[in-house]
Design a protein around this ligand. Structure first.
Ligand code: G3P
Ligand code: MG
Length: 266
């Protein structure tokens, strides 16, 4: 397959996490949440990726976003109805492009091995879709992630507060497990919530973020990540608010629009 991904050179962030994180892998150029998408992200110079983890019906943790498989595979049905054999029978690449025909759903184990091999950082989102068991997901996925990656190359995030609470119960040391609280829009209680989980970062939909809230989050000492931004020009006004990283389907778009980049907006 011909590699059409752009080659980029991204400015170095002063923080432990780079300015850009590839959303679901390099999902603009490869099928989301696959091994291929992570390899593609690494090839263009991304140092961190964001991926979603859920359990199959047989309890195997896999890298997948939706409740069902219809959007991103050649079949339909609920993820919770699949065992590993059935999940591995799916083609999860062709829906994106014929170049990815035969791509298979990645287990968390396979993905952690690849992330380790490539030396990447991982923002692992505990994806608790409707009707799914947050505690079972944490109990299965979190110990695997903690075993596979050093603390400075892992952030575990979730919209689901039951999952965040269980994760913090499982590893109470905030240095050993960095937790990210996901919000579409930070609630009024964001500070209490961040304190409760001993959070490292808040991850916010960039279109819903206001300057006042961004500055409060930074003043309170949290890392501030914004998802999912693919328009670096529109996003430029947010960097001065103290945003630490942007989660993008294509981080190469931000190459000349990052703090410290020679082409950035003054
Ligand atoms: O972690 C940021 C982002 O992935 C959250 O939304 O739906 O893309 O998982 P979603
Ligand atoms: Mg996600």
């Amino acid at each position: 397959m011909q590699d059409t991904s752009p080659v980029v050179s991204l400015p170095i962030s002063p923080n432990p996490v780079p300015f850009t994180i590839a959303h679901r892998g390099l999902s603009a150029h490869a099928p989301e949440n696959t091994l291929a998408a992570v390899r593609a992200a690494q090839r263009i110079g991304c140092q961190w990726v964001e991926l979603d983890v859920q359990l199959l019906g047989d309890g195997t943790p896999v890298i997948w976003h939706d409740n069902g498989v219809r959007r991103c595979s050649n079949n339909r049905g609920k993820l919770a109805k699949l065992d590993l054999a059935k999940a591995k029978a799916l083609d999860v690449g062709t829906w994106f492009s014929a170049d990815f025909q035969g791509e298979r759903m990645a287990t968390l184990e396979e993905m952690l091995a690849l992330i380790g091999e490539l030396g990447l950082g991982l923002n692992l989102e505990l994806k608790v879709n409707r009707g799914r068991d947050a505690l079972a997901l944490v109990d299965t996925a979190l110990p695997m992630a903690l075993r596979a990656l050093p603390a400075d190359r892992l952030i575990v995030s979730s919209f689901n507060q039951e999952a965040l609470e269980a994760a913090r119960r499982l590893e109470s040391d905030a240095q050993r497990l960095r937790l990210g609280v996901l919000y579409e829009k930070p609630t009024r209680q964001w500070y209490q919530e961040a304190e409760r989980f001993a959070a490292y970062s808040l991850h916010v939909d960039w279109r819903r973020l206001k300057e006042k809230r961004a500055r409060e989050i930074k003043e309170a000492g949290y890392q501030l990540f914004c998802y999912t931004a693919n328009d670096p020009v529109a996003f430029a006004r947010l960097w001065p608010w103290g945003v630490d990283a942007v989660i993008s389907d294509d981080p190469s778009l931000f190459e000349h629009h990052l703090p410290g980049s020679s082409h950035q907006r003054p």
